[in-house]
Write a protein that binds this ligand. Structure first.
Ligand code: AMP
Ligand code: ZN
Length: 493
């Protein structure tokens, strides 16, 4: 398997640190609101990578975190150590407790993850369940002289880090870009604008560090005792502490969205390598952003769609999974409702193709000719090489369709499709006729037929019934209206 490693800025063969065993960590969601179809693009990319590595025969230990504390709003303005805690802010807005907000959106995320058939991680690590590990890591950094304290918390000293370790801080990123993008005044107490918070005090500036405040309303919902005073961890430290806890101080793959390349991931590297003196993650895999109608996706722009929006518009969440695979993960992908409709149609066709293939037991199988045998092997190889080529899912999908339309025997098509589905993740083996996504063109024809019937234009409604039959759908007229059910598979295209 070859992937583009953002660290070396080149395509590299994945050579696991321990043979056949891969440790993989993906930065998970900040659970202050519903995840968007943008976040889900990143999570599906990481799911495809996980499945492709397993498909190749690797045993993958997969960890994902849930950021339920410490991710500040300042990251949008160029300084992730400033601003309000996203969880506490959302709690205030919703009039709830931050703990409840986190729990609610974590559960919502897990439902979305299930709807998109994301393989659950062995560890779904919550930041709030790992405060002692984070404190221990900060202590380790403190002992090495990489930490200083200012009014609002403990900071990581990037200059000291560079001079002691001889590492370059921010190798992954383009630091000029970060500084250009900074829209808020840098904290003047920081020794260097690049330094970042490891631990933030709950009550800085004149307030009592023991948490006594004049204004109870200002009290944080989430805060912990620490050797340095009551507070909460900075956003980045959780990923270092939790990935190293479950995967060891050095592990193979670290994934996330491309925005994390500029600060979050460089900070994770600095904290981890500063503490251990070893290389942290070997391969850094970043997925490009999802755009909506060619524009940036944002809550304020009203285009930050969620799985609920997808469902409400009558789409199957798996069509979103299919849609993501139509683009290469390192290129921006433009979401449109037309694009999703096309993906839904393609998925429906794939599901019905699968249903049309015959299943035969091994004893009843006829032997394949040399030519067909080599075709079957050719499809298997082509699928594998598309995956190995930096997870080229559009190419892998092209192989799937070529195979479906080929002249190899139906039982072999069925076998290959089931094999490929280990990566595609549609769970075709469990699909029943009634679960098959009905393509939009079919629902449109059905609506036309209903209209004709309402007008008592029976010759037209019969004609449409005929067209639907030819396309493989039987119309059932009931008291509740008409529906279609897949009867056979006509032409695949
Ligand atoms: P967050 O919940 O903000 O911590 O983000 C969770 C993940 O989603 C991170 O890996 C982000 O990089 C990623 N992400 C955020 N927005 C997008 C987007 N529009 N397209 C793809 N990935 C995104
Ligand atoms: Zn992270």
């Amino acid at each position: 398997m070859k992937v583009y490693n953002s660290l070396s800025r080149s395509i590299e063969t994945v050579t696991p640190l321990h043979r056949g065993q891969i440790g993989m960590y993906t930065c998970g969601p900040t659970v202050y609101s519903f995840v968007t179809i943008g976040n889900l693009r990143t999570f599906v990319t990481s799911d495809l990578l996980l499945r492709a590595l397993k498909y190749e025969g690797n045993d993958v230990h997969f960890v994902m975190n849930i950021t339920d504390v410490g991710h500040l709003t300042g990251d949008n303005e160029g300084d992730a150590s400033q601003g309000e805690d996203r969880l506490e802010k959302s709690a205030k807005k919703e009039g709830k407790d931050a703990w409840h907000v986190a729990q609610f959106y974590t559960e919502a995320f897990l439902k979305d993850a299930q709807a998109l058939h994301l393989v659950p991680p062995q560890e779904l690590a919550k930041a709030t369940d790992h405060i002692p590990e984070q404190i221990a890591l900060i202590k380790r950094l403190e002992e090495k002289g990489f930490v200083y304290t200012i009014d609002d918390g403990l900071y990581f000293d990037t200059v000291q880090y560079e001079s002691v370790t001889h590492n370059i801080y921010g190798e992954l990123s383009n630091l000029d870009k970060i500084l250009e993008g900074a829209r808020i005044e840098a904290n003047p107490q920081k020794k260097n604008p690049r330094d970042f918070a490891l631990w933030k005090f709950s009550y800085p500036n004149g307030r009592n560090f023991n948490g006594e405040t004049d204004d109870e309303a200002q009290k944080r919902h989430m805060e912990w005792e620490s050797p340095w005073g009551i507070g909460f961890p900075g956003w980045h430290i959780e990923c270092s502490a939790m990935s190293m806890k479950y995967l060891g101080e050095s592990f193979d793959i670290h994934a996330g969205g491309e925005d994390l390349k500029s600060t979050h991931h460089p900070n994770e590297i600095a904290q981890s390598e500063g503490a251990t003196g070893k290389q942290f993650a070997k391969y850094w895999v970043h997925s490009a952003f999802l755009l909506v109608d060619g524009k940036r996706m944002g809550k304020s722009l009203g285009n930050a769609y969620t799985v609920t929006d997808i469902l409400q518009k009558g789409f199957d969440p798996l069509s979103l999974r299919y849609f993501y695979m139509t683009g290469h993960y390192r290129s921006p992908l433009n979401f449109t409702w037309e694009g999703l409709t096309a993906a839904q149609n393609a998925l429906g066709k794939l599901q019905s193709a699968y249903r049309s293939f015959t299943e035969v037991s091994d004893e009843n199988r006829t032997e394949l000719s040399e030519e067909k045998l080599s075709k079957v092997q050719g499809f298997r190889d082509a699928f594998q090489s598309a995956l190995s080529d930096d997870l080229n899912m559009p190419a892998a999908l092209a192989v799937v369709w070529e195979m479906v339309k080929s002249n190899i025997p139906s039982p072999d098509k069925r076998d290959l499709l089931l094999l490929f589905d280990e990566v595609l993740g549609f769970n075709l083996k469990d699909i029943k006729n009634e679960d098959i996504v009905v393509p939009a063109e079919i629902t449109a024809l059905l609506a036309q037929r209903d209209h004709a019937r309402a007008q008592k234009n029976f010759s037209e409604s019969d004609r449409i019934r005929q067209v639907l039959e030819e396309k493989g759908y039987t119309v059932k007229d009931g008291p509740e209206g008409s529906t279609v059910i897949l009867s056979h598979v006509a032409h695949q295209s």
